[in-house]
Write a new protein. Sequence first.
Length: 352
Amino acid sequence: MNYEQSAREQADRLRASGHATILAIESSCDETAAAIIHDGREIVSSIISSQIPLHAMYGGVVPEIASRKHVESVDPVVDECLKKAGMTLADVDAVAVTYGPGLVGALLIGVSAAKALAYAAGKPLIPVNHIEGHVSANYIAHKDLEPPFVCLVASGGHSHIVRVDDYGVYTLLGQTMDDAAGEAFDKAARVLGLPYPGGPMLDKLSREGNPHALKLPHVQTPGRYDYSFSGLKTALINTVHKLRQNGQDVPAADIAASFQYAAVELLSDKAVLAAKESASRVMALAGGVASNSGLRNTMNDKCQKAGIRLVMPPPILCTDNAAMIGSAGFYRLMRGEIAGLDLNACPSLRLV
Ligand code: KG4
Ligand code: ZN
């Protein structure tokens, strides 16, 4: 029997049993990560190798450097993950991998490694959408969470409000019309002279500042649930440049706090409105920006007032990791979705 026939038969058996232990690989941007996940909810082991120090001197991710580092890291990260779990490749049921969206060179490393492992071990290969992975981090953090719910996905490349109708079934309610939320945080941080990665640095600095020191615009968009962050970012950049031109001090902590306040108000207002208007009793947060302290606190307050249950992963599962890919991979496998060895990276893959 050839690989693809045998992989399909195994996938059908796993689906019928309702159980699977999955080795997952994530390499879409600047983290090389591997995890072993049981039944989509339980982390057996998870390893994240961050490239932050490599890119920090350039002020952002350099795609070519990211790809080269993934090549060096992917095998050791997978080995460490298996070792930590006390397992060998023979003990896992399937291999899941992020195949998009992301940097094409970076994605290709994870996809190639996953294909080689799946083929060598004769296991099914599961293709996973990175954004679906972010949403699925909530299934690991909240064992009782089941669709339907509304999810705000805010990362470095995406800002979406989606309704999760069922596992793997999404309705797009709104999205950003220009910059992603994380991108706006990173650009604001850069103009304040904070090192890469800007979002978490700005979050930290904003705790020392006054969020009402500076009045920044609450940008309106034609779509009820759509976002726009570029006006907010430009207002902040203009404020900082004006202060510098006038030879005045730039109160970085106050500016950071005011920016974070304005961005969080925008994100939370529309997300809660979407949950209310779609009569969803549960709201989830996902993506790197979901680790922002201001967003977590404000969403807590607003959801509580609206009588909506708020769920969110711990910060380590909000930023890129492979555990979330293993969770999304499990539910794909349970729907019979596996890939052949012709799986390719898909840099602009969409969720909906
Ligand atoms: O989801 P993620 O790890 O990677 C992508 O898929 O893009 O998100 C990374 C983004 C970056 O823009 C980063 O600055 C932002 O999430 N981020 C934060 C925080 N932690 C990460 N933004 C604001 N506050 C944070 N604490
Ligand atoms: Zn991500």
